[in-house]
Design a protein around this ligand. Structure first.
Ligand SMILES: Cc1ncc(C[n+]2csc(CCOP(=O)(O)OP(=O)(O)O)c2C)c(N)n1
Ligand SMILES: [Mg+2]
Length: 658
C-alpha cells in the first residue's frame, strides 16, 4: 500500500482546510505558515518521517520539530490526520481553548507527538541540534539496531534570523550531525512584511560556511520537494532545505502577504480559498478517502517499529536501553558512599570543585550523563570521570565543548533531555544565565531534566568585577516556575544537590557554585538534608531569639555571626536555605518549625535581597547586595559590602533591642 503521488495535493489541502478553519473558529492563530508549508509537510510525513501513530514514544522514531511554533495548526493537523489518538477533531475544533491540547503554540506535555515546546523562535532548531546529538550518542552506545533515526525541523525566516541560530548551526556543522535536516519555510515574509525590510543576509551561504549541506526546492512542487529531501538524506552533513513557498498558499487574495501570518483569513477569504483549492467539505470534515490516505502514511513506520521491537527483544542491551529511555537512574544509584568519604575527610574547597568531585563519582556510575561547558571547562569544573570528548569521530564521548554558546548549549541540552536516554549538564558563569535564559525557561516549561552548573556565583568571584558578578540572577531564577535553584554551602551539600538534581525527572536544576573555597560545615553522616530545601544546620545553644537563613558561601558567615551572638547569650539557629523551591514544598509544620514565629529572622545572601522578605517578614533583616559589585579580591569585597560578622551582628543586636 503506497500513497499515489497524485493524492498528495489533496492530502496537503486537508492540512490547509483544518488550519484555516481552526484559526477561524478560534478567531486567533496563524494560518499562513501551515498553509504555506502544507505541501512540504505532506511529502515529509508521507515519504520520509519515521513514526508510528500508535506508539508516539517509540524510542527509534524520527523526531519532528516544528520550530516555527506559531504554525502549530500544521502539527495538530498532521497528528490528527495520521491517526494519533489526540488531537481529535473535537480538540482541533477547540484550538486555542482551555479544554484543548491544541494550544496556541505546541507544548510537548499536552500532546504525544509534539517533541518539544516551540514558539520562542529559533529555539526549535537549537533543540533539534541537541536531539540529533543525543541520537548520535545513543547510536554509538547501542548500535544501529536500536538507534538510527533522523531529526527533522520545519523552521521559518524568524527561526533562522534569531541569534541562537548562529550558535546552533555552528555547533551542528562542527559536530557533523548528518541526521539533522532543517526544512526552511522560505516565504520571505514575516509579521512586519517582506523580509527585505530587515535583512539582506545570504542565509544559504551562512549555512554552507558552517559546514552544512544546502539545497533548495519549490515548496509547492511535490516532485521537487521529494528530490530535495532525498538529497538532504543522502548528504553526510546536516542539511538545510530552502523550500521556496507562498505564505497562506491557497487563500487567493491574501496569500504571499503578511496578512495571512497571524490572523484569521475571514469568512470571505476562507470561502474563496475553498473555491481555489477545490475543497468542498464542510469545516472540520475530512473526506474519508483523504483521511484513509493519511492513515496510510504511518504504515511504513509501523512496520519499522515492529522490526525494531524484534531487534530490541533479541538485544543484550534491552534492559539498559529501556532503563535509559525511561529516564530511570540505575538500580540503587546514590551518592551515599561519596558523601561518606567527604564526611570522613572534611575539606575546604570551592563548591565548583566539590561539584567536580561529585561528578567524578557520578559519571562512571551513570552512563546517561552528557556534560559540557560553554568554553569554561576549567572554571566550571565540569569535566570529570574520564568521559571522553563528544565529537564527530567519537559520538560515544560524553563531554561536549560547546564553545562560547551559552544559549545554544542550553537549548541543545533541552533537546537532549527531551530526546531521552541521556541526562545533560552544562556549565558557564552564573551571570551568563542571562544569555541562556530563554532556554532555561523552556527547560522549566517543558519539564526537562537539564542540570545547569553555574559557577562564580557571587562577588566571591573577585577581581573580574561587576560584569561577571551575579546580583539579581539567583532571585530572578527563583521566580521561574518549575526550576530548582540550588546554592550549596559546602562539599556535602553540593553532592546532595547533585543527587537531587539527577532524581528530578520533570524539572531542571540550576546549581549555583562558588569560585572561592568554603569550609565544610556538614560533618556527620545521615540523610540527604538538602532534599528538604532548607534545614537547621546549626541549632541555638542559648535560648533561641534569632534564625539566620543563608545560602552557599554565606552559611559559614552565618556561623560566625551565630558564634558572636551566642557568646553574648543570644541563641541563634542557622538554616541553610539550599533550595527555596524544595523548602516551599515541605509540609507547613516543617516550615513553621524551621521558621518559628517568635524569632527574628535574618537572611544573608551575597546577592539581591529580592524575595527574602517572604521568609523574614518585613520585621526581619535582609543582608544582601542590591547594587552592582566591584572589582577586587573576594575577601576585600565581602568586607567592603558588609558581609562580615562585625558588620552584621550589630544590626541583629540593635533589632533585638529595638
Ligand atoms: C523569540 C521570538 N520573538 C518574536 C516572536 C513573535 N513572532 C512570532 S512569529 C514572528 C514572525 C516570524 O516570521 P517567520 O518565521 O517568517 O514566520 P511566517 O510569518 O513566515 O509564518 C514573530 C516575530 C516569537 N514568537 N519569538
Ligand atoms: Mg516567513
Amino acid at each position: 500500500m503506497t500513497i499515489e503521488p497524485a493524492r498528495l495535493p489533496l492530502m496537503a489541502n486537508a492540512i490547509r482546510a483544518l488550519s484555516m478553519d481552526a484559526v477561524e473558529a478560534a478567531n486567533s492563530g496563524h494560518p499562513g505558515m501551515p498553509m504555506g508549508m502544507a505541501d512540504v509537510a505532506t511529502v515529509l510525513w508521507t515519504r520520509h518521517l519515521k513514526f508510528d501513530p500508535n506508539a508516539p514514544f517509540w524510542a527509534d522514531r524520527d523526531r519532528f520539530v516544528l520550530s516555527a511554533g506559531h504554525g502549530s495548526m500544521l502539527i495538530y493537523a498532521l497528528l490528527h490526520l495520521t491517526g494519533y489518538e489526540r488531537p481529535t477533531i473535537e480538540d482541533i475544533r477547540n484550538f486555542r481553548q482551555i479544554s484543548s491540547p491544541c494550544a496556541g503554540h505546541p507544548e510537548n506535555f499536552l500532546l504525544d507527538g509534539v517533541e518539544c515546546t516551540t514558539g520562542p523562535l529559533g529555539q526549535g532548531v537549537a533543540m533539534a541540534v541537541g536531539m540529533a546529538m543525543a541520537e548520535r550518542h545513543l547510536n554509538a552506545v547501542f548500535g544501529n539496531d536500536l538507534v538510527d533515526h533522523r531529526t527533522w525541523v520545519i523552521a521559518g525566516d524568524g527561526c533562522l534570523m534569531e541569534g541562537i541560530n548562529h550558535e546552533a548551526i555552528g555547533l551542528a556543522g562542527h559536530l557533523g550531525l548528518g541526521h539533522l535536516n532543517v526544512l526552511w519555510d522560505d516565504n520571505r515574509i514575516t509579521i512586519d512584511g517582506a523580509t527585505d525590510l530587515s535583512t539582506s543576509e545570504d542565509i544559504k551561504a551562512r549555512y554552507v560556511a558552517t559546514g552544512w549541506h544546502v539545497t533548495e526546492c519549490d515548496g509547492h512542487d511535490f516532485a521537487d520537494i521529494e528530490r530535495a529531501l532525498q538529497e538532504a538524506k543522502a548528504d553526510p552533513r546536516p542539511s538545510l532545505v530552502a523550500c521556496r513557498t507562498v505564505i497562506g498558499k491557497g487563500a487567493p487574495n491574501k496569500q504571499g502577504t503578511s496578512a495571512t501570518h497571524g490572523s484569521p483569513l475571514g469568512a470571505g477569504e476562507v470561502a474563496a480559498a475553498r473555491e481555489t483549492l477545490g475543497w468542498e467539505a464542510a469545516p472540520f470534515e475530512i473526506p474519508s478517502e483523504i483521511l484513509a490516505d493519511w492513515h496510510m502514511a504511518g504504515e511504513p513506520g509501523r512496520a519499522a517499529h515492529g522490526a525494531w521491537a524484534g531487534r530490541l527483544e533479541a538485544s543484550d542491551h534491552k534492559a539498559e536501553f529501556e532503563r535509559r529511555m525511561a529516564g530511570d537512574l540505575p538500580e540503587g544509584f546514590s551518592l551515599e558512599s561519596h558523601i561518606a568519604c567527604l564526611i570522613g575527610e572534611p575539606q575546604k574547597i570551592a563548591t565548583r570543585k566539590a561539584s567536580e568531585i561529585a561528578l567524578a563519582a557520578i559519571n562512571p556510575a551513570l552512563p546517561d550523563t552528557i556534560g559540557g561547558s560553554a568554553d569554561l571547562t576549567g572554571s566550571n569544573n565540569t569535566l570529570a570521570g574520564g568521559i571522553g570528548t563528544f565529537k564527530r569521530d567519537n559520538y560515544a564521548g560524553r563531554y561536549v565543548y560547546y564553545g562560547i554558546r551559552e544559549f545554544g548549549m542550553a537549548a541543545a541540552m533541552n533537546g537532549m533531555a527531551l530526546h531521552g536516554g541521556v541526562i545533560p549538564y552544562g556549565g558557564t558563569f552564573l551571570v551568563f544565565t542571562d544569555y541562556a535564559r530563554g532556554a532555561i525557561r523552556l527547560s522549566a516549561l517543558q519539564r526537562a531534566r537539564v542540570i545547569y552548573v553555574m559557577t562564580h556565583d557571587s562577588i566571591g568571584l573577585g577581581e573580574d568585577g561587576p560584569t561577571h558578578q551575579p546580583i539579581e540572577h539567583i532571585a530572578s531564577l527563583r521566580a521561574m516556575p518549575n526550576l530548582l535553584v540550588m546554592r550549596p554551602a559546602d562539599a556535602v551539600e553540593t553532592a546532595e544537590c547533585w543527587e537531587i538534581a539527577l532524581q528530578q525527572k520533570d524539572r531542571p536544576t540550576v546549581l549555583a557554585l562558588t569560585r572561592q573555597n568554603l569550609p565544610q560545615l556538614r560533618l556527620e553522616a545521615g540523610e540527604n538534608l538538602s532534599a528538604k530545601g532548607g534545614y537547621r544546620i546549626k541549632s541555638a545553644e542559648a535560648t533561641r531569639k534569632v534564625v539566620i537563613l543563608a545560602t552557599g558561601s554565606e552559611v559559614a558567615l552565618a556561623y560566625d555571626c551565630a558564634a558572636q551572638l551566642e557568646a553574648a547569650g543570644v541563641g541563634v539557629d542557622v538554616v541553610s536555605m539550599v533550595c527555596s523551591e524544595l523548602f516551599d514544598e515541605q509540609p507547613e509544620a516543617y516550615r513553621a518549625d524551621v521558621l518559628p514565629a517568635d524569632a527574628l529572622i535574618v537572611s544573608i545572601e551575597a546577592a539581591s535581597t529580592f524575595g527574602w522578605q517572604r521568609y523574614t517578614g518585613t520585621g526581619g533583616i535582609n543582608i544582601g547586595l542590591d547594587r552592582f559589585g566591584a572589582s577586587a579580591p573576594a575577601g576585600d569585597l565581602f568586607a567592603h559590602f558588609g558581609f562580615t560578622a562585625e558588620a552584621i551582628v550589630p544590626q541583629i543586636q540593635s533589632k533585638l533591642n529595638a
